[in-house]
Write a protein that binds this ligand. Structure first.
Ligand code: FUL
Length: 488
């Protein structure tokens, strides 16, 4: 019995000795697992398609006849295939834009596909779109414009009931919807059932956003709600697709109002933010959000799209790229060509991580335990990370390459399940005269991709000089970009 007790105690002792130390304690503000999964999508697509496609307008007045919605060869699968081939993980469709025309046969209005020639009024573009997304493994999102220039009741409480009824249709009839997009454009002139007048609303109170948000979450608990105030995903403050070079995923919602948030604030986030809201950069592949034949020659080049990618995905945000179908109902050949070449460019530039399998060391690693080993930044595993002991500044990670290597892109990632921490860092490379600083930066977050002039070296180091908590990094990558990135 005594022997048994001794062996038992030694087992416990051994277990205590080998048990891994606890994780780094997280910041007070961290993303939910759902938002981490959302951010990992990185690149998603927008589909702007409605009566405007046929009237050649950007904002329909609301007096369009449903008869004009008549795509000759609508192919929702081409949308999904195109998005999938470009590496997008989700598509968002304008189920209703400001003109009020509904791409699904809503029972609450006559202003919809049900009165159009499309499939003799039997079509349901929303339903077909969601099915195509599902078929190609994409998440589906919907845009339902709060502003409605067609509806006679816009501006009164009756319209809010109408809006909620429409939300209920969209969020109960089509299976899982991953994102709902609440646009900030609100109130102005319109048809309004024939009144043809200007209607202004109070942005703070009219929609009763808190109640609408609760209503939406009740119908689809896993949905992400986009607006310029979140609550899950927020607008980046411009329609050019750029996040700030300093970009925090935390933000203080007290400073935000849907339709009236300060654009600079949205563009940088807030290190003192009280909520984690993912930043989303929306931009169109063409000058307009809707298709216009006279913009066929103005499709953004693969190089322009790559630049946008670095300033969105490469700055800790989501890129939402708009691909507007034409009057046939397909994404135009020029757009597909540019998008395909953009994807090839990014793949060529970022496919080979030259730091993989190389050696990482650090001035400090937590408890000198393998769980926090600097080598974890090079193992390709997003769940492992390097961390220092508390309050070690600078925290320096050094990568030694077996051979002198040329690179001009550096990817750095923080383990954001612990929060966003880093606010100042510098990158040095070893040359014949010793270390020299080639880049200074601020935030990192989920992903930062830095473009630097090409260097050829066998040692690079990242010195993190300021953070709001103990430093941790999950990944460092070194890449040599495709020479085609610079050809216009
Ligand atoms: C804006 C709208 O007014 C544009 O038409 C477009 O839908 C864009 C994505 O959002 O606020």
């Amino acid at each position: 019995m005594k022997n048994l007790l001794v062996s038992f105690c030694s087992l416990i002792f051994l277990a205590c000795q080998t048990a891994p130390p606890p994780d780094l304690s997280p910041n007070a503000i961290i993303p939910s697992p759902t938002l981490i999964t959302y951010q990992q999508m990185e690149l998603i697509g927008f589909i702007h398609f409605t009566v405007n496609t046929f009237t050649d307008k950007e904002w329909g007045y609301g007096d369009e006849s449903p008869e004009i919605f008549n795509p000759s060869a609508l192919d929702v699968e081409q949308w999904a295939q195109t998005a999938k081939a470009a590496g997008m993980k989700q598509l968002i469709l304008t189920a209703k834009h400001h003109d009020g025309f509904c791409l699904w046969p809503s029972q609450y209005t006559e202003h919809s596909v049900k009165n159009s020639p499309y499939k003799d009024g039997k079509g349901d573009v929303v339903g077909e779109f969601v099915a195509a997304c599902k078929k190609y493994g994409l998440k589906a999102g919907l845009y339902l414009s709060p502003w409605d220039r067609n509806h006679k009741d816009y501006g009164t409480t009756a319209y809010i009931t109408y809006y909620k009824n429409q939300l209920e249709e969209l969020l109960t009839q089509y299976g899982e919807i991953n994102e709902i997009w609440f646009d900030g454009a609100n109130g102005g002139d319109g048809y309004y059932g024939g009144a043809n007048e200007i209607r202004k609303i109070d942005r703070d109170t009219y929609y009763g956003w808190e109640e609408i948000i609760a209503f939406v979450k009740n119908l689809q608990p896993n949905i992400k709600i986009f607006s310029d105030a979140g609550p899950d995903v927020h607008w980046i403050g411009n329609e050019k697709g750029f996040a700030g070079a300093t970009f925090w995923s935390t933000i203080n919602t007290d400073n935000l109002t849907i339709g009236a948030s300060k654009t600079d604030y949205l563009n940088s986030g807030d290190p003192k933010g009280t909520q984690w809201i993912v930043g989303q950069c929306d931009v169109s592949i063409r000058p307009g959000w809707f298709y216009h034949a006279d913009q066929d020659s103005l499709v953004k080049s693969p190089q322009q799209l790559a630049d946008i990618y670095y300033k969105s995905v490469g700055r800790n945000a989501i890129l939402l790229l708009n691909l507007p179908p034409d009057k046939r109902g397909v994404i135009h050949e020029n757009d597909v060509k540019s998008l395909t070449e953009f994807k090839a460019l990014i793949d060529a530039s970022l496919a080979t991580n030259l730091a993989k399998g190389q050696t990482a060391s650090a001035n400090n690693y937590r408890l000198k335990h393998s769980k926090f080993d600097p080598q974890n930044t090079l193992d390709g595993d997003p769940t492992t990370y390097w961390a220092t002991d508390d309050s070690v500044f600078p925290a320096t990670l050094e990568i030694s390459l077996t051979e002198k290597t040329s690179f001009d892109r550096i990817m750095i990632q923080e383990p954001i399940h612990l929060g966003q921490r880093i606010s100042q860092f510098e990158i040095d490379v070893m040359g014949t005269e010793g270390w020299s600083t080639i880049k200074k930066g601020t935030t990192i977050g989920y992903k930062r991709i830095l473009r630097i002039p090409k260097v050829n070296t066998h040692k690079v180091r990242i010195r993190i000089t300021e953070a709001n908590n103990t430093v941790a990094l999950t990944k460092v990558g070194l890449y040599l970009s495709s020479p085609k990135e610079n050809l216009e």
